[in-house]
Design a protein around this ligand. Structure first.
Ligand code: BGC
Length: 761
């Protein structure tokens, strides 16, 4: 085969405009020159240091943070004036009110305003599904659910609203979006990703970045985005958080880098580094990725920030540095611009050792200047140097009905119908429902981790007025038609998720009176290390509860509020219907009612392969060999549900797939037209998914790859032709060195059951 190298023609199939934030503004660069010429070495070093809010809070004699929190002025002055630190992050142990956030931010900024420091602080927060650390904020579904909406416009609105409410909290920097790929279902942060496919993650990721950062400049309603965690963090071999990943260069180039590259091209201002190690190299020491790929090849102009304590981990966990001094030198020289140190007194040690390293020539002054230039650039671009910190006078749309409506819309478009036997759904509101299951009566199961607290499992912080599933059912059908018997609980036992059956006799008794049983199953909220699990199987007791329900012979609807695909093979066949809610956020239960009762049609589609077995883990873009069975036929790829799968009440039909040409030459575009018709009785949204297959190649090709998609609304009876313009970029694969190439030969497009071939000559 002849290898062809093409220049990448970027074709905007969707509405997203290209990067608009002007990151190379000569005025800003000359201001930075002036700053750099006046800054002392210590001041420069301080800019690269980030501490946690806890480090500057007042504590009692037992060293516990005093509540309500109070800033310890002495500690803050020491950090800002004596050590010149440049950044603060996080929340204490729990969510704070708008007033508390204002108090914190005004206090910190007063140092710059009153000229006690020359450079303002950049404050960062994990507002990953709405401003989840601000009381009353609009909480959206988590990223995995947003991805299931396959709707970049909704992702952009999520970004805009989250940015707005982050700014309402006085914060300018959001540690989001996560662009890691969901390719290891055991991993505790699966739900924080945009799914398993690089194209879907790129499109949705770009839209979120657009929403966060806005156009032209980060104004008073937008924030700097932070892409994380660069790169390969999501694929630990053991499944446990922050353990080694082994990923061939080919896969890094084809799968893991594209979402980051797309978001960098979109103008994302900052990027957080992978805490784990890939192919034996800790993310924080990977010069090739951080400096060569990101900063040189991609021309990234923003700054990189380490993850939590990661310089320390280079010597204390990874064993790739002799001590903290060696770790700082290795990490900083690899390309880490800011270190999330983040505790006290560790940050003082960091500042002292960095200063020493520059004095001893172990870190070149140019390297330090480059890092500081990047940090100052972002601070200037987001308006921190303005005395009012570029804050608006008021943010009266915070938690407004309009914002909540969009959060509900996002849940509505993501919740996915996986099974619906004999049209058991939609339910009729006059039917008696028996609701049971661990996730039925508490909002924590719909929000998951990163909700008011890190692990998100403290119900006392649940948003007032937001409904759990039980409350939403009661509102929908009235208390008299709702029977409730929880029957199974999820809890933590020695840090691991456990479950127990409770009072199943009551459940069985109530079942006799019910027309339909709804079981709300799922997972205990958790993330990062505390979220490590040992098996993908749904807990034994939840499976048992489903079997008890089936034995009653009443129709059973399973609701899955899961952070990752948990194995449910043995309870699928007997379920009348199965609905995946993911972690749909504060308005997820309201959206669920609309869907269950047919006020809206389902339009969510799985953004990952729903695995059928605990051991046999496969993805949708597997090569042909994965589909070959023991008996030799090609039917062995048999997940519970495929990537992209999802049912609706209307189920539009696909009528034709046409190409405007049967062959193309390098550089040319091809138009693919798909005709789809909604023969159903109501309007629906359909996700038209276009896949491409390279039929023969010099390296084993993926069976198919998603190359374009569009979510379209079709009225009852409507027929529509959707055009996709596909560039050569979609024909690329990575060679063994990670170089993206395309080869001449035959290719096939597929949409549902339709296909058409063309050749690249
Ligand atoms: C996580 C990051 C997060 C950071 C700050 C780390 O433990 O890995 O995703 O942004 O903490 O909270």
């Amino acid at each position: 085969m002849i290898r062809l190298f093409f220049s990448i023609i970027s074709v905007c199939i969707f509405i997203h405009a290209k990067a608009q934030i002007n990151v190379s503004n000569p005025e800003i660069e000359s201001r930075i020159d002036q700053f750099l010429s006046k800054m002392t070495l210590e001041e420069k070093v301080g800019q690269t240091c980030q501490i946690t809010l806890d480090a500057i809070l007042k504590r009692d004699n037992a060293f516990a943070v005093i509540e309500p929190i109070q800033i310890d002025t002495q500690k803050l002055t020491e950090a800002l004036v004596q050590f010149h630190i440049g950044s603060i992050l996080n929340v204490g142990s729990h969510t704070l009110g708008l007033k508390e956030w204002k108090y914190i931010q005004d206090n910190i900024h007063s140092y710059f305003k009153e000229k006690k420091t020359n450079v303002p602080i950049i404050y960062g927060i994990d507002a990953i599904h709405g401003v989840n650390y601000t009381i009353g904020a609009t909480l959206f579904p988590h990223e995995i659910a947003l991805a299931a909406s396959w709707n970049p416009e909704l992702a952009k609105s999520f970004g805009e609203i989250t940015a707005y409410e982050t700014r309402a909290s006085g914060i300018h920097w959001n540690f989001s979006p996560v662009l890691d790929l969901a390719r290891q279902p055991l991993w505790s942060r699966f739900f924080e990703t945009l799914g398993e496919d690089p194209y879907l993650a790129s499109e949705m990721g770009k839209a979120i970045v657009n929403g966060y950062q806005g156009k032209d400049k980060v104004d008073a309603y937008h924030v700097a985005a932070c892409l994380k965690h660069f790169v390969g963090y999501s694929n630990p071999q053991s499944g446990r958080d922050r353990t080694p990943a082994w990923i061939p260069e080919k896969m890094i180039a084809e799968l893991y880098l594209p979402p980051f590259k797309a978001a960098v091209e979109q103008g994302a201002l900052t990027l957080m580094i992978n805490s784990g190690d890939v192919n034996g190299i800790p993310g924080h020491m990977n010069y090739n990725l951080l400096t060569k790929t990101l900063k040189e090849d991609w021309d990234f102009k923003g700054f990189t920030v380490s993850d939590w304590e990661d310089f320390d981990f280079l010597h204390s966990v990874h064993n790739t540095a002799d001590d903290i001094y060696d770790a700082i030198i290795k990490g900083f020289n690899a390309g880490v611009d800011m270190s999330m140190v983040p505790y006290s007194p560790q940050y003082k040690t960091y500042c002292e050792l960095m200063t020493r390293a520059v004095k001893e020539g172990k870190i070149k002054e140019e390297r330090l200047n480059d890092a500081v230039r990047r940090i100052l650039r972002v601070k200037l671009l987001i308006g921190l140097f303005e005395t009012n910190r570029n804050q608006a006078d008021n943010y009266n749309k915070f938690a407004s009905d309009a914002h909540k409506k969009l959060a509900q819309e996002a849940a509505l478009e993501s919740i996915t119908l996986l099974k619906n036997s004999n049209n058991i759904l939609p339910l009729s509101a006059d039917k008696k429902v028996l609701l049971a299951g661990p996730c039925s009566d508490n909002l924590i199961f719909l929000n998951g981790a990163w909700t008011h607290t890190w692990q998100g499992d403290d119900a006392k912080y649940n948003t007032a007025g937001a409904k759990n599933i039980k409350e939403a059912f009661a509102q929908k059908i009235g208390k008299d038609k709702l029977l409730f018997s929880k029957a199974c609980e999820l809890y933590l036992d020695k840090g691991y998720e456990s479950s127990r059956l409770v009072n199943t006799q009551e459940f069985q008794k109530f079942a006799k009176k019910a027309d339909v049983i709804v079981l709300a199953l799922g997972e205990y909220p958790s993330t990062e290390k505390p979220g490590d699990i040992r098996s993908l199987n749904l807990s034994k007791e939840q499976l048992e509860l489903a079997k008890i329900a089936y034995a009653t012979k009443k129709p059973v609807v399973l609701l899955l509020s899961e952070a990752r695909p948990r194995i449910i093979r043995e309870i699928v066949d007997d379920a009348a219907a199965i609905v995946h809610t993911y972690l749909p956020g504060d308005y997820g239960a309201d959206a669920l009612m609309k869907l269950l009762y047919g006020e809206a049609d389902f339009s969510g589609r799985l953004p990952f392969t729903y695995q059928k077995y605990d051991g046999q883990i496969e993805f949708y873009d597997h090569p042909r060999s994965v589909a070959k069975s023991k008996a030799g036929s090609f039917d062995a790829f048999n997940p519970q549900w495929e990537f992209g799968y999802g049912l609706s009440y209307n189920m539009p039909e696909y009528k034709s797939l046409d190409l405007d040409k049967s062959s193309i030459k390098g550089g040319a575009l091809i138009k693919v037209s798909v005709k789809v018709v909604n023969k159903g009785k109501t309007s629906t949204k359909e996700v038209v998914q276009l896949y491409i297959s390279d039929l023969k190649a010099s390296m084993v090709p993926a069976g198919k790859k998603l190359c374009a998609f569009q979510k379209v609304e079709l009225k009852a009876g409507e027929e529509r032709t959707i055009d996709f313009i596909i560039s050569e970029k979609s024909l690329y694969f990575a060679d063994s060195n990670g170089k993206m190439i395309a080869e001449k030969g035959k290719f096939r497009f597929t949409v549902k059951n339709l296909s058409a071939e063309f050749s690249l000559d």
